[in-house]
Design a protein around this ligand. Sequence first.
Ligand SMILES: Cc1cc2nc3c(=O)[nH]c(=O)nc-3n(C[C@H](O)[C@H](O)[C@H](O)COP(=O)(O)OP(=O)(O)OC[C@H]3O[C@@H](n4cnc5c(N)ncnc54)[C@H](O)[C@@H]3O)c2cc1C
Length: 460
Amino acid sequence: MPRVVVIGGGPAGLAAAHRLLELSPGLEVTLFERSSRLGGMIATTVEDGFVIERGPESVIREKPAALALAERVGVLDRAISTRPGGGALVACRGRLVPIPEGFSLLAPTNPKALARSGVVSRVGAIRAAVERFFGAKERDDVSVARFVREHFGSEVLERLAQPIVSGIYGGDPERIGLAATLPRFLDMEKRGSVIRALEAAGQAADASARGARYSLFVSFDEGLEVLTRAVASRVLDRAVLGRAVTSLSRSAGGFEIGFEGGATQRADAVVVAAPGPVAGRLVQPFDRTLAGHLLGIEHGSAAAVTLVYREDRIPPLERFGFVVPAIEGRPILAATYSSVKWPGRAPKGYALVRAFLGGERFEGLPYEGDETLVALARHELRELARIEVAPERALVDRFLHAMPRYAPGHLARLADVRRRLAAVPGLFLAGTALDGVGVPDAIRTGEQAASDALQFLSSR
Ligand SMILES: Cc1cc2nc3c(=O)[nH]c(=O)nc-3n(C[C@H](O)[C@H](O)[C@H](O)COP(=O)(O)OP(=O)(O)OC[C@H]3O[C@@H](n4cnc5c(N)ncnc54)[C@H](O)[C@@H]3O)c2cc1C
């Protein structure tokens, strides 16, 4: 029986191992995970009536891989939607104001609401509204910042698009390419005005959202780890924890996997589902350019400080939280009011707030000690959200070099990665270094790598 080794037990590696066994139950599959637990960055602490996310908090409904997997592992009935209401605030000259109605990631669809919001000046609002008269344009790729500046002007970029995009893609929109992150905006541009395209798409999306079973973002009653735990329970007997893979090389008709201390193991096919920098080092013996592509992807860092408050001691928390533009010059990137956004995250009478610190101007921050980070989060929440009291409890999580940033031209790099991988039969890559930065992307690439590996084995 052929043997497949999966490297990394995050959502990508778990999805790969699970899919291999789903499609070929008798297959010899071994998953090696460096840490002592499965789930990768997905981790939830459930205690004393609190459900506290220590990594990602939700999956987007529009990318179906995560919820489809949840259904297959029997936890879809535990999926939960965000509470009604919603929306977020944005920091504007030291105050929190609602993100203007109709603002969609990069683009204002409601120029009147933008003008009324005060987030941009009157001139800035008129500049954005003029986009409605833009003609069609065709290009392969452009930075997110340049695209927004050209379509809607600098104020929309600096005050709205930047904090929203940086929150998702972990970096400065000047260095993030549109084609690999939000290609639909390039498609809209090919037809003319983005505002007009979004207006048309908005009507269609409203119609489909009305019938949707879940909100745009979905989690589970006891957090996102419900999903990875359910998958992990199905592959647990194939998983080796606390075992980092340190090298990969060719061996007679297959691969030799090396571990710390010199131990090795043989495999017929390998799915590398470890983060990009690790994958880059592992594939170096096969193709240095391929390795260079993976090692060349920049990764951003951040810290999250989760704070528990007594609800009656803080001002009412408005909406689901806030984002902070870099132009505000603050070390806080965003905050999520988890207990407002999701049902069941805190016991009655308590509020759960998660503040994200870091950003390109504060790259060193996530390396600071817990006390400094908690003090900084409290300072920022005092100034922006008027939360004066000390929290009942504070937890700190760090994400070092954890958020891949797809630079302009990423798709060309990806195409070359695929070409070069095809020249190493039996080696497959999964995870977010390549093709989508979220959990559903990680799951999709893991499942794809599993089917590719099976196809390879059956064609030998
Ligand atoms: C702060 C933050 C918030 C986020 N929020 C969201 C969100 O709300 N929704 C969303 O969809 N996405 C979110 N993401 C992105 C999400 O975390 C990733 O998409 C997802 O974790 C990627 O899964 P993965 O399996 O590719 O990598 P990981 O989750 O990083 O897992 C990789 C695994 O490989 C293991 N490993 C590393 N090296 C080795 C080795 N040498 N040998 C063996 N094992 C190894 C690691 O220990 C780890 O378990 C967020 C990310 C961050 C940093």
